[in-house]
Design a protein around this ligand. Structure first.
Ligand SMILES: Nc1ncnc2c1ncn2[C@@H]1O[C@H](COP(=O)(O)OP(=O)(O)OP(=O)(O)O)[C@@H](O)[C@H]1O
Ligand SMILES: O=P(O)(O)OC[C@H]1O[C@H](OP(=O)(O)OP(=O)(O)O)[C@H](O)[C@@H]1O
Length: 216
């Protein structure tokens, strides 16, 4: 029997929005998937031809790019940060809406002129996106890599500016920061390993079509 297709889903906030989409394409994970006490990471579904794995958002792209998972659901922020050529992202799922932005303390923003920047020091989980954004207009970005709580960096003197995801703007506001530039809008995408798209086309293509219809 052919091995099941493996679909990688992120653990965090995208998961809640992704579950109804999975149900709409006919994928319902086994009960252990929603059991907070379960330590399992791979799950069967109602479809014996599809298994789910639950991993960190950034790792979804890595599993799928290397062919360890065949498909995945991931934010376009993660795709832009890695720029994996082995990934095909055929469907915008219309979930996980946010944006990736440059922010700085209110007091700095009041007397700051972004046109005058030649070098910036930035705390971020996204060094590649950050450097590319600033390089495009001739500004050199020195990045301090963090994995969360970027908003603490300016007040504690780690870096005067941050590049992070913004949705409601509440996290920035509660930490005395303001958004000064939007780098890109973000939504979650269905991703497919390019080799799997060819070698398992008879299973993958109908699934991609199902997600396209469910997201429309
Ligand atoms: N505030 C937000 N609103 C909407 N979508 C968001 C928001 N923050 C993050 N996302 C989306 O969810 C994805 C995962 O977010 P995030 O990295 O914050 O989750 P996490 O659970 O903290 O991840 P991890 O613990 O693996 O680092 C992001 O890549 C992005 O696409
Ligand atoms: O504009 P807002 O609606 O406040 O959302 C923005 C926050 O959401 C994300 O963090 P998340 O809540 O996923 O926490 P973490 O990445 O720090 O775990 C992001 O890193 C911001 O901190």
């Amino acid at each position: 029997m052919t091995e099941p297709l493996i679909l990688a889903v992120p653990k965090g906030r995208i998961l809640e929005e992704a579950l109804p989409l999975l149900a709409a394409v006919g994928i319902v994970p086994e009960a252990a998937f929603s059991d907070k006490n379960s330590r399992a990471l791979r799950f069967a579904t109602n479809n014996p031809a599809i298994d789910l794995i639950r991993v960190r958002a950034f790792d979804v792209a890595t599993f799928v790019a290397h062919g360890a998972a065949h498909l995945g659901i991931v934010g376009s922020d993660v795709l832009a940060e890695f720029d994996y050529s082995e990934l095909y992202a055929p469907v915008d799922l219309g979930i996980g809406h946010c944006r990736i932005s440059v922010a700085e303390p209110v007091a700095l923003a009041e007397q700051d002129d972004p046109r005058g920047w030649s070098h910036v020091r930035v705390a971020t989980k996204y060094p590649h996106i950050t450097r590319a954004h600033f390089e495009a207009r001739g500004v050199q970005a020195e990045c301090v890599k963090l994995n969360g709580a970027m908003e603490l960096a300016p007040v504690l003197g780690l870096a005067p500016r941050i590049v992070d995801l913004v949705s409601s703007g509440r996290t920035l506001q509660e930490n005395g920061l303001v958004e000064v530039e939007v780098i890109a809008q973000v939504t979650s995408r269905l991703i497919v390993n390019r080799a799997a798209f060819k070698t398992r086309a008879s299973e993958v293509v109908p699934l991609v079509d199902g997600f396209r219809k469910a997201a429309a």
